[in-house]
Design a binder for this molecule. Structure first.
Ligand SMILES: [Mg+2]
Ligand SMILES: [Zn+2]
Length: 194
């Protein structure tokens, strides 16, 4: 059977966006993120982080730094009784000096590559999944994969809302933050809205 997922952006959605953190010590997870993920875990929804990390391609951190950040991020959720089912990232940067990362890739949001990879690995039905994020590319990514998109007003959310309005793009819901977004999804699930 296909699973359904809530895709989550990282910076500005799960944690304060500080640019390009190169270690977990520079990361500040919003306290309500733990509760939001815990509530989604209790519903039958996978929680999958999808994050653009061009800082790797820009040489601001290594891919090992990023893996370490994500291992410690996972551990911090486990400690609070919550679970991130997977984390997918795009390390590419078109102008990278490192050939491994210099690429016009298909995994940089809003392109759908990260979701396609997650769907293949975990058996996710994208069209009945959700995307939560703070940037226009998160909302467009959600639309590109056929999911239901929720904009959070944390991070760049307010600027993004204005930009989306100019482009005539409407998220399904505008949430104050990740917990409000999770609760909206849970209400929607319980009312069996198709
Ligand atoms: Mg973000
Ligand atoms: Zn990529």
């Amino acid at each position: 059977m296909m699973r359904r997922a809530v895709f989550l952006d990282r910076d500005g959605t799960l944690n304060i966006d500080v640019g390009y953190p190169s270690s977990y010590d520079q990361m500040d997870v919003y306290p309500e993120s733990f509760e939001a993920v815990k509530r989604l875990n209790q519903e039958d929804l996978l929680v999958v982080v999808v994050t653009n990390q061009s800082g790797v391609g820009r040489g601001l951190l290594t891919e090992d730094d990023l893996k370490d950040i994500h291992a410690r991020l996972n551990a911090s959720f486990v400690r609070s009784g919550a679970r991130l089912d997977a984390i997918y990232y795009c390390p590419h940067y078109v102008l990278s000096e490192d050939r491994r990362y210099r690429k016009e890739c298909d995994c940089r949001k809003p392109k759908p590559g990260l979701a396609r990879q997650a769907a293949a690995d975990l058996g996710i039905d994208l069209a009945s999944s959700y995307m939560i994020g703070d940037k226009t590319e998160d909302i467009l990514f959600g639309i590109n994969i056929g999911a239901i998109s929720v904009l959070v007003l944390t991070g760049s959310g307010r600027e993004s809302l204005a930009k989306l309005r100019e482009q005539n793009v409407a998220p399904a819901y505008v949430a104050s933050g990740i917990l409000d977004a999770a609760d909206w999804i849970l209400r929607r699930e319980r009312h069996h809205i198709p």
